[in-house]
Design a protein around this ligand. Structure first.
Ligand SMILES: [Zn+2]
Length: 160
């Protein structure tokens, strides 16, 4: 994704006020954002498996590659979109690229699709709490505990 770096802006330069109440400053300062007209497909579509073909029809608001994420230009001022993609940067940071990709792919296959992938479910659940609940919470420990629970189950499916 190095070719996108020139267009990437530090998340911290975008002026979102609420995110720092939920994410560590390290998470926020690592994150870089590229606004695009068409959001690229999730990385696992490069595997070319037909099980991932639903992504071809998806019109996602964003997608994450490591600490870099892409957001649909028309959604770029929506703080909840950034919140959701930041959850994926935390998952990616904890697992590393190889284990993230494997866990994400296994989660997709094991649950029968994008919506029920546990790595998406937790991102969506936390995003909904961010939108609906006044209560503050810290994302990193929740994501870490969630991964400790689900990743061994997913890896067991793959015999890893
Ligand atoms: Zn997601």
């Amino acid at each position: 994704m190095a070719e996108h770096r020139p267009a990437a802006r530090p998340l911290t330069s975008l002026g979102f006020a609420r995110l720092s109440h939920y994410f560590d400053s390290e998470t926020l300062s690592r994150a870089h954002v590229v606004e695009v007209d068409i959001v690229p497909k999730p990385p696992l579509t490069v595997l070319g498996l037909h099980q991932f073909s639903e992504f071809e029809q998806m019109n996602a608001a964003g997608t994450t590659y490591g600490d870099l994420y892409f957001v649909d230009r028309t959604r770029a001022t929506d703080e909840s979109v950034h919140f959701h993609e930041l959850v994926h940067t935390v998952q990616w940071h904890i697992l590393g690229t190889d284990r993230f990709m494997l866990a994400y792919a296994l989660g997709h296959l094991a649950s029968g699709g994008y919506a029920n992938n546990p790595l998406e479910e937790v991102a969506r659940a936390l995003e909904e709490m961010f939108v609906r609940e006044p209560r503050l919470f810290r994302v990193e420990p929740i994501v870490s505990q969630h991964l400790e629970r689900v990743v061994p189950q997913l890896m067991a499916l793959a015999g890893q």
